[in-house]
Design a protein. Structure first.
Length: 131
């Protein structure tokens, strides 16, 4: 699957990242919700890179799989971006009661930072390849 355009994917990635950041101070929002949006931001940012490189990918939330596809496309990923693979568990576990009780605000903050790095890296990759 490679649908849409990289800029659309980046717009969605930035939107999810902003949603994760905005809920940070809201007492009615669980840290798992912020972690979920952070994972989504990273996922969409990485998929933007694949779309830009005309690489297909399955419908998956597995960031390890997405990173592997980026590597196979010959696009080097910095170590600080590869760390987003840890966010995969927030794609599903954070969405249902009982699964996310151990997710803390510290976990969410770390997820948001990892997602921010991934989205910024993806943006640079796409702008670099467009020039």
């Amino acid at each position: 699957m490679a649908v849409g355009d990289p800029d659309d994917w980046l717009q969605h990635a930035r939107s999810d990242l902003r949603a994760a950041q905005l809920v940070r101070g809201d007492a009615e929002v669980l840290p798992s919700a912020a972690a979920f949006h952070a994972q989504q931001a990273a996922e969409k940012g990485l998929k933007a890179v694949l779309v830009h490189a005309a690489q297909s990918f399955p419908r998956t939330h597995d960031l390890k799989e997405i990173l592997l596809r980026i590597d196979r496309a010959g696009i080097p990923v910095p170590v600080e971006v590869e760390a987003v693979r840890e966010l995969t568990l927030f794609a599903v576990e954070s969405r249902y009661p009982g699964d996310a009780e151990s997710i803390t605000w510290q976990d969410a903050d770390e997820a948001i930072e990892l997602a921010r790095r991934a989205v910024e890296w993806a943006s640079r990759q796409i702008s670099r390849q467009t020039q």
